[in-house]
Ligand binder design. Structure first.
Ligand SMILES: Cc1cc2nc3c(=O)[nH]c(=O)nc-3n(C[C@H](O)[C@H](O)[C@H](O)COP(=O)(O)O)c2cc1C
Length: 180
């Protein structure tokens, strides 16, 4: 049966390297009968978590009525969540990090359910350990949430728009979709 997959992207570059991988992942997932929704965190207005612990107290995921109101509801409904992001300063870019911080609401509000998940990431440097800055927090986050990590696509050595075409990143992203 087709799954409801939510892909959350972290780059502001609409035609960038991670965006290209998001597109090939989406095409492959849809070809398998899944439904893919997409949130581009760079273009959402999501404030940082205020640690007020009032998540869902008024029915919404966060009492700060920002972009996470819709995103949180999309996460709740998703069978799978895919994070697709570049590395910025050895970690997640700020906008997608703000979304991830608000995953906290799922825990406080007891709205978390079993999900599958995956990570797609890229960076300029050729050193694979640079990708640890997103891989390690991703793995620990999904372990805490008890989501099942179905796979990771980690592509180093891409800087400019189009560099991804010189790698097997898009092929790996399409292959990742086969695992859902
Ligand atoms: C603000 C900023 C910070 C970055 N920090 C890093 C970094 O710490 N390590 C790295 O290897 N690349 C870094 N990069 C390069 C991006 O990860 C790289 O260009 C990537 O391919 C961008 O993906 P995108 O095209 O999907 O946006 C940075 C880029 C920007 C704009």
């Amino acid at each position: 049966m087709g799954k409801n997959i939510l892909i959350i992207t972290g780059s502001p570059r609409k035609d960038g390297n991670s965006a290209r991988m998001a597109e090939t992942f989406t095409e492959a997932a849809e070809a398998r009968g899944h439904t893919v929704s997409r949130v581009d965190a760079s273009f959402e207005k999501v404030k940082g978590c205020m640690a007020c612990n009032r998540c869902y107290s008024d029915g919404r995921p966060c009492v700060t009525d920002d972009g996470f109101t819709g995103i949180g509801e999309m996460i709740e409904k998703a069978d799978a969540v895919v994070l697709c992001t570049p590395v910025y300063w050895y970690t997640f870019p700020a906008n997608i990090k703000a979304v991830i911080d608000k995953f906290y609401a799922l825990v406080v509000g007891q709205k978390n359910t079993e999900k599958e998940c995956a990570l797609i990431a890229c960076c300029e440097e050729h050193d694979m350990t640079v990708l640890d800055g997103v891989r390690v927090p991703y793995e620990r986050t999904v372990a805490l949430l008890k989501w099942r990590n179905v796979g990771e696509v980690l592509i180093p050595g891409v800087l400019n728009v189009g560099d991804i075409d010189g790698t097997d990143g898009c092929a790996q992203a399409a292959a990742l979709a086969e695992r859902f």
